[in-house]
Design a protein around this ligand. Sequence first.
Ligand SMILES: [Zn+2]
Length: 422
Amino acid sequence: MWTASTLAASIAITITMGCAHGPAVVAGPSTARGRPPTDAELGFVRHVASRVEQLRSLRYRTPVQVRVITAEGLLLEGLAGSDDERHLRMARRLHAVGLTHDPGTTVSAWARMRGSAASFYDSEADCIMLLEEALRLGLQERHVQAEAHLAHELTHALSAQHFGWAGGRQRPRSGLEMERRRALRMILEGEAELVQALYLAEARGVDPLAVLRSESSRNVDLVQGDSGFGRQADAYVRQEQFANYAYGLAFIQLVWRQRSWQGVDAVFRSPPSSTEQVLHPEKYFSRENPVEVTIPISPALRDAGYRRVDAGCLGELEAAVFFGRERDDLDFRAAGGWAGDAGEIYESPSGEAASVWISRWDDVAEAEEAEGAARALASHLPGGAAHNAVARRGVTLLVVQGLDEPLLSEVVRELLATESLR
Ligand SMILES: [Zn+2]
């Protein structure tokens, strides 16, 4: 995720021109990954950047570099092309926790997605990478959509300069940190989507709220698979690609309408800590923070030679994908009342995948609802009912997937006997 990377030290190029605070954007150097923009191209980007400053009520602190990237440059960025083996391994892990139906389908959906990569902001270099094609459209045909998309990327640069983005490309250290990063990506995309919509409305001379309504429903349609690319991907990939825009825009739009840009600035200074808080803004304002969940060690699993290959947290958003998997939809009813979770994926010596997922719920009624949804799914999970188990203790739900008997029952018995599940 480019937009979630650490903001690198500010670019040290400052060219003072006639305007009060120097140029918002400057030409980046020529590299294997892209060429500097021409004067006409740079003038066009500056025009959009100054509108972004007005619309977002912030000014660039240092000039953002701009480079023009070609199809070959995109390959070098790793945004096109493929790394099939790594992607297949990632897809198998998603399948092992029950988020997807078939690893091959996930890999091919990712490949289609990469093929449609557009311009982006590289926060490590504080550089906007513009696709030659999109720039040509914006410049020669005054294509308003291409301009608005550029405004989106320029908003990421503006926001990064003002608020900094913690995290970066290192692996998150905990499930809670994963949730915080996901929530941050959602509000970053929500902010950029809002500026993009305001830009479009201004350029077309129409009511901004009407544009926001149509952009919001377009994003939600993509998550739900009702349109375009969404129809070709399963619910996991759809939420992975589009939920940040859909639910991030809903959250930021609410804050902006109630508290203007100062309210949005305050959110960036104290970002939401979970996807739950973005999905339910009232839980952000009441600071209903997620609880930390840890997975106890199962000696039986270890003695059978299983080793842990991955660990993480679904959050309410991916929990909705899990509960909705049979309808290929997001089940927010079952996922509602989420309080925290943790998951681990294991591999047997012969390469078979298994997983343990432990979730906590706000109260027993919410836990029972999640339990019912998980039991209804059990026979559809990888390996069928004989290889999966669902158990609940109070507000804690346990789902174990991908083990044969008698190991399955033994692992469930051991986990239920531990302190954290009693
Ligand atoms: Zn973006």
